[in-house]
Write a protein that binds this ligand. Structure first.
Ligand SMILES: Cc1cc2nc3c(=O)[nH]c(=O)nc-3n(C[C@H](O)[C@H](O)[C@H](O)COP(=O)(O)OP(=O)(O)OC[C@H]3O[C@@H](n4cnc5c(N)ncnc54)[C@H](O)[C@@H]3O)c2cc1C
Ligand code: FES
Length: 260
């Protein structure tokens, strides 16, 4: 797979909540090549500060060479990025890593927690090419409605059933997204999970118990994104070695990694 470094113009910025933003970038080569679950490394400042690029999932691609990223401010890089205006250019490298694969099972559950929902819209579009909408369900979790309300509408407008859980009960069931997964009775299903590590560990456990396929997108600190720095390694499930999240992932079958 080809990797491109592009100066991508910011065509549109959207502010969801105080700290969550969606940017639409003109990056035709990356848009043409990207698959759901892959990511891009973005230089978030205008100069060399911060020195290292930051990884963001490809949130969506659209006609006209558009790539979207959805991000939350957590530190200096994302703070600087959030201040960028339309018309500015971002240095973007990608698409990188291994994305989601189409599960063999006849029911598909997309499970996203917080900003981890980012890659699932692209995945939903891909799955819809090969499956009826009724075969795909979206389970979203966050602290409050603000963080997921617009995304829930985006999935809904694709004809998909969306179940939500929020910690404060402002949207859907009060609680965690994993609470929505437990009562589901399907014999054959594939779960695609993306979110914080503790959430993914629970998702992996539920799928293991139910005998479902499970693909998870892992997040680690990444310095290079190109398997050159060893900064992103996680332990394999056989405890005999490591995988690079940037090159072997970020999407893994849940039984490939050790859930520590
Ligand atoms: C493959 C991949 C895809 C990602 N996709 C998205 C996305 O679509 N949207 C989004 O908002 N974020 C995403 N992230 C996380 C994002 O890369 C980090 O939030 C970002 O790099 C933080 O940069 P910063 O300079 O703002 O924060 P920093 O100042 O570098 O760090 C601030 C705090 O965040 C923690 N942190 C930094 N990077 C990560 C990380 N990767 N995982 C967990 N904690 C981290 C640091 O330990 C520190 O506590 C993704 C990460 C990976 C590895
Ligand atoms: S981020 Fe450098 S090896 Fe993965």
């Amino acid at each position: 797979m080809q990797i491109y470094q592009q100066k991508a113009e910011i065509l549109r910025t959207e502010k969801f909540t105080g700290d969550i933003y969606r940017f639409s970038l003109k990056a035709p080569d990356i848009a043409a090549e990207a698959r759901p679950g892959q990511f891009v490394m973005v230089r978030t400042g205008e100069g060399m500060d911060p020195l290292l690029r930051r990884p963001f999932s490809v949130h969506q691609v659209a006609e006209g060479g558009l790539v979207q990223i959805l991000f939350k401010i957590v530190g200096r890089g994302t703070q600087l990025l959030s201040r960028m205006q339309s018309g500015k250019y971002l240095d973007v490298l990608g698409p990188l890593g291994q994305g989601f694969t189409n599960g063999e099972n006849n029911q598909h559950f997309l499970v996203g927690g917080g900003i981890g929902i980012a890659p699932l819209l692209f995945l939903a579009k891909q799955l819809l090419k090969r499956n009826e909408p009724s075969a795909i369900k979206v389970l979203l979790g966050a602290r409050t409605e603000d963080e997921i309300g617009i995304l829930a509408e985006d999935f809904g407008s694709m004809g998909l059933e969306v179940l939500s859980a929020t910690e404060d009960g402002s949207l859907g069931q009060k609680g965690l997204v994993t609470d929505l997964l437990v009562p589901i009775n399907e014999t054959r299903a594939t779960v695609y999970g993306c979110g914080p590590y503790p959430m993914l560990r629970v998702v992996a456990g539920i799928c293991h118990t139910k005998g479902w396929g499970c693909q998870v997108s892992l997040e680690t600190i990444m310095a290079c994104g190109l398997a050159a720095c060893l900064g992103c390694t996680v332990l394999r499930s056989d405890l005999k070695g490591y995988v690079h999240v940037c090159k072997d992932g970020p999407v893994f079958n849940a039984d490939e990694v050790a859930w520590l």
